[in-house]
Design a protein around this ligand. Structure first.
Ligand code: NAP
Length: 280
């Protein structure tokens, strides 16, 4: 049996029903497809119904079982209702993947608490509400796994994306504390820290993207980590190494280095854009 088949068989034997938030696109949609291929019944939630229906349709066409329940993660009641509806349709949840996320930049010039609030609501509170909706059932049955898709941006506050970094650091810390709390309840926690993954989230940004991974590979790595009961799934390794190095740097070195790399790159991009602007 190959490594992927063995992972699929572990997923099938340990997990019957999974809920994936943010399943209309990118990593969440691919996680749902791969879970369904492994034989897990999947519940999908996000805001865009047409995309959720398309992913569920693909899964059903291949013989899998999928249910959808649209909800805005920033609306706690709607998120709870969606999870109750998915549980009613599919059965008790063994695996929650809290993946819905939003990456808005929060530059210091024109810093917007409004945009930060939106990210807190989706990336942090949205995940907490989904956890609250499935956790009592998991504790009662003495089994289950919570997976949170955080980011390597959680390792250190990053310029221009400080708000995003803060929400992801909050999510990782929340899950880490819950993991220790849940040790004796039969409920386990996996915290995922991806680097760049090719999805719509990074399509519009103008920053330099290092070590970008394709989405099918990223989803495989995440599910492999879940099947292997890992506490952390951090990838790809070059970005992990860079971010671990950044985390270990004392404040003055971190500030100088990150500022030189980040703003040096911005200056090069701006200079290039200036060169390409036709003169009138
Ligand atoms: N791509 C990367 O480089 C990268 C790196 C590190 C971490 N991540 C994390 O990976 C996760 C998935 O992101 P992705 O890269 O797959 O991006 P994506 O393709 O943009 O997907 C984001 C998902 O989150 C959902 N979402 C966003 N706002 C929502 C809201 N208010 N309510 C409900 N759902 C909402 C979106 O669905 P709707 O718009 O339909 O609601 C979509 O399904 C995120 O948590 C992201 O922070 C991504």
């Amino acid at each position: 049996m190959g490594a992927w088949e063995s992972m699929d068989s572990t997923m099938r034997s340990e997990y019957h029903v999974a809920i994936v938030t943010g399943a209309s696109s990118g990593i969440g949609a691919e996680l749902a497809r791969q879970l369904a291929r492994a034989g897990v019944r999947v519940g999908l939630t996000a805001r865009r119904v047409d995309l959720l229906e398309a992913v569920a349709g693909e899964i059903r066409a291949k013989g899998g079982v999928a249910a959808i329940a649209p909800a805005d993660a920033a609306d706690s009641d709607a998120t709870r209702r969606a999870i109750v509806s998915l549980t009613g349709e599919l059965g008790p949840v063994d695996l929650l993947i809290a993946n819905a996320g939003l990456g808005l930049s929060t530059p210091s010039l024109g810093f917007s608490a409004r945009e930060f609030e939106q990210m807190v609501r989706v990336n942090l509170l949205g995940a907490a509400v989904a956890i609250e909706a499935v956790l009592p059932g998991m504790i009662e049955r003495g089994q289950g796994r919570l997976v949170g898709v955080s980011s390597l941006a959680a390792f250190r506050g990053l310029p221009v994306n400080a708000g995003y970094s803060a929400t992801k650091a909050g999510l990782s810390t929340l899950l880490e504390g819950l993991r220790v709390d849940l040790r004796r309840q039969g409920v386990f926690v996996t915290i995922v820290h991806p680097g760049f993954v090719r999805t719509p989230m990074i399509e519009d940004g103008d920053g330099e993207r290092l070590f970008v991974m394709e989405v099918d590979r990223a989803a495989r790595i995440i599910l492999n980590g879940v099947a292997s009961r890992r506490r952390y799934v951090n990838f790809p390794w070059p970005t992990v190494a860079l971010m671990r190095f950044a985390r270990a740097l004392p404040g003055p070195f971190f500030d100088a280095l990150v500022s030189a790399v980040f703003f040096g790159h911005k200056a090069r991009v701006n200079a290039q854009a200036g060169d390409e602007t036709p003169s009138s």
